[in-house]
Design a protein around this ligand. Structure first.
Ligand code: GLA
Length: 726
């Protein structure tokens, strides 16, 4: 049994194959957190200690016991107003204007299967793969009820947390903060690993000790953002890729979020991750419910590689959905860096002919095909083909592309609108703008108020008309600005708008996936500005970054890989000099790097030499050979490209029969030292044959001393080695 209730001790214990999570209902009815870590047995309530601590509040019903304070006790759902002065998970503003809530235990249920969240993405499981623990808490004064939800997926070493808040009282109250994931640690030294960045340089890695004073990351941009990814790792001091304990918290949500880590006055650590409380004040009328978005937790004693593997497996097999979850994805050629806005039907068809000649599966027509759209100043919102520009109907063009044996995909940005568009002229109030104020512009566009159902419906109708009449097999769902001026004409409670916007987005995407189950959706937000677990529920791949420079991509993919599987990372070979950095890299290097992702092209083959085209054909053959291993194999980071002179990674098939090792030299110097790349994750006493040289290697030595990279001249050289078990 994954979930156990011990009546005598009043403890709940969640077991996964290698981890245990325990909590206790104390005599006052508070739900205390006892333990999360390596798998263990028995009751851990001896970990709780009590002392009289100055300036730490005590609940009234503790009487004269000054040693009982929520300010020092580890909790499952710390609330503002209980005498705990650390950062809370929940803040409620009551109908009478007072702040505070005091949740006490009421009961529990153990349910087979994994809970689902209405209107929100969440990890799913088949029967027998998961159990759910529901714990009811209540604030007797306001009538606020919380059902805490714990999803336990034993084999994956994953525990998910969410909650449902119900107003069972008589007056409307406001949720001012609502986060389901809190981890309280009584002791220990930990580092916080976060993933920061900027447009075209997403998910860089930062590791800092958790110190006194909170370290806070988050987004107030309405999307999860390029700047901070909604995911945290807490790693023991000495934890490395290969050893040591570490925890992951990944937020399954695509809007504003907040992650906090703080060492408190007693050197205890609290980590929180959930919806941001900024611009959030969510009304709950009597009998209304609020579903708190889910956070995925994982723990391992085996280092960061295992932690990432746990998340990869969970997201790949229990979060991504649809035909393309496991299915082969098309190799696509995207028109963006090939021609930007400067194309017509003839040049797109020429691009398609060349793509077909190279062996590509799909042509994607990026931005510029609709409305009045020859640059990024107009047209967003008018999702009808510009037939004048295309020289014919879109369906006519697609028929010709299909006749070449190519599939066809298209770019959309449904959430945004240009003021210079028919949609905006017809519905200016659909775009966010605060009354009496000029809106903030970004890329000269505004954001549509997806918190309103008529706006979602209106855009949905347009997109359906397009998808119903044209043979479109892929959509790149883009979102090219941060939200601002989020004033909605649809409500008097503006504090709900940022969250309702995300719910509107999810509703749109859900309807799209139900109506077009064979459509492949690739998420995108100026590259990787919304690369989060929430989006993966609807789009099994997300464009990793607008930066297609192979060298930068190595670092971006490295950072991304801590939390997300390779099968999710959109990555393409683009032209040189690279359009974002001006850097020159070999075509082979660009190919090897894009193969650590969904693989495709983002260039104009018309300007390539015969030799380059032949090399691309070969690259495509190589990718097809490894596609399954890359998508479904276990991925290992072999080096840290921020610290080392080689970027290297490995794909190992689940049955250990096959290995693909990729390496790129990041630096070259005179009289260069030899670099050795050590493999990971192999079993002892196995032997592998290098497919190219025929040479046999022993697994022990491959992991211990590794393989020397050839001493070759030239910067940024790439190597790929395919090893087969003998
Ligand atoms: C975003 C995307 C790019 C491209 C452009 C088009 O920046 O990330 O790949 O689609 O929009 O405007």
């Amino acid at each position: 049994m994954a979930v156990l209730f011990a009546e005598k001790e009043n403890t709940f214990t969640l077991h996964t194959d290698h981890t245990t999570y325990q909590m206790k209902v104390d005599p006052y009815g508070f739900l205390l957190h006892l333990y999360y870590g390596r798998r263990t047995e028995g009751c851990m309530d001896y970990l709780l200690t009590y002392a009289d601590r100055g300036f730490s509040g005590c609940p009234y019903d503790a009487g004269n016991d000054r040693t009982y304070s929520m300010d020092a006790l580890p909790q499952e759902l710390p609330c503002q107003g209980t005498g705990d002065y650390r950062s809370p998970a929940v803040v409620i503003r009551n109908a009478d204007g007072s702040y505070g809530c005091n949740f006490r235990y009421r009961g529990y249920r153990i349910v087979s299967g994994k809970y689902r969240l209405p209107g929100l993405p969440a990890v799913y499981a088949r029967d027998g793969e998961a159990q759910t623990l529901e714990i009811d808490l209540e604030d007797s004064v306001s009538g606020a009820r919380v059902t805490l939800l714990y999803g336990v997926l034993p084999e994956l070493d994953i525990i998910t947390r969410s909650a449902c808040v119900t107003n069972a009282g008589a007056g409307t109250f406001y949720l001012e903060k609502a986060q389901a994931a809190c981890l309280d640690f009584l002791s220990g030294e930990y580092d916080l690993i976060t993933f920061y960045g900027r447009h075209a340089m997403e998910r860089m890695v930062q590791r800092t000790p958790v110190a006194h004073g909170a370290q806070v990351i988050g987004s107030r941009r309405g999307t999860s953002s390029h700047q901070y990814n909604p995911m945290l790792i807490l790693a023991g001091k000495g934890t490395t890729e290969d050893a040591g304990s570490c925890y992951a918290m990944s937020f399954v949500y695509s809007g504003n979020f907040k992650g906090e880590a703080e060492r408190d006055q007693y050197d205890q650590i609290r980590v929180l991750l959930g919806i941001s409380d900024e611009l959030f004040s969510y009304p709950l009328e009597p009998s209304e419910r609020f579903w708190v978005p889910e956070t995925v937790l994982s723990y391992t004693t085996q280092g960061l590689a295992q932690l990432s593997a746990n998340l990869h497996r969970c997201f790949r097999t229990h979060l991504c959905r649809g035909r393309f979850r496991d299915g082969v994805r098309p190799i696509l050629l995207n028109s963006w860096e090939a021609s930007y806005y400067d194309f017509d039907g003839t040049s797109i068809l020429r691009l398609a002919e060349q793509a077909a000649d190279l062996g590509v599966d799909m042509l994607v027509m990026d931005d510029g095909w609709f409305g009045k759209r020859d640059d990024d100043n107009s047209g967003l919102g008018d999702w009808r083909a510009n037939e004048k520009k295309l020289g014919e109907s879109l369906s006519g063009l697609v028929e010709k592309i299909n006749a070449l044996g190519l599939q066809f995909g298209i770019w959309l940005e449904p959430e945004c609108v240009n003021e210079d568009s028919d949609l905006y002229r017809a519905h200016p109030d659909w775009a966010f703008a605060a009354p009496g104020r000029a809106p903030v512009r970004s890329r000269n566009q505004l954001v549509l108020d997806f918190s309103r159902s008529e706006v979602v419906d209106g855009v949905f109708r347009q997109i359906c008309e397009l998808l119903d009449t044209v043979h479109i097999e892929y959509v790149k769902w883009d979102m090219n600005r941060s939200l601002a001026d989020c004033y909605s004409h649809g409500t008097n409670d503006q504090g709900r708008v940022m969250h309702d916007y995300v719910l509107g987005l999810y509703q749109f995407l859900e309807r799209l996936t139900v109506r077009y189950p064979d459509l492949l959706i690739e998420g995108c937000s100026g590259g990787g500005g919304r690369f989060d677990a929430g989006m993966l529920y609807y789009s099994p791949q997300i464009w990793c970054s607008d930066n297609t420079d192979a060298l930068d991509q190595i670092r971006i993919q490295y950072g991304t890989s801590f939390g997300y599987p390779v099968s999710a990372m959109g990555s393409h070979v683009s032209a040189v000099p690279n359009h974002q950095t001006g850097r020159m890299t070999a075509l082979s290097t660009r190919g090897v790097v894009a193969m650590a992702g969904t693989f495709g092209y983002e260039l104009d083959p018309g300007v390539l030499t015969k030799e380059e085209k032949e090399e691309i054909r070969e690259q495509i053959r190589t990718y097809r050979q490894y596609a399954n291993l890359i998508r479904n194999g276990r991925y290992f980071r072999l080096t840290d490209p921020f610290l080392e002179t080689v970027g290297a990674w490995e794909f190992l098939s689940e049955d250990h029969a096959e290995i693909l090792v990729s390496a790129v030299t990041l630096e070259i110097h005179g009289n260069m030292t030899i670099r050795y790349v050590c493999l990971k994750g192999l079993r002892e006493n196995e032997r592998y044959r290098d497919e190219a040289s025929g040479r046999i290697y022993a697994s022990g030595a491959l992991m211990e001393t590794g393989i020397p990279l050839p001493k070759e001249f030239g910067e940024y050289r790439a190597y790929q080695m395919h090893l087969i078990r003998v």
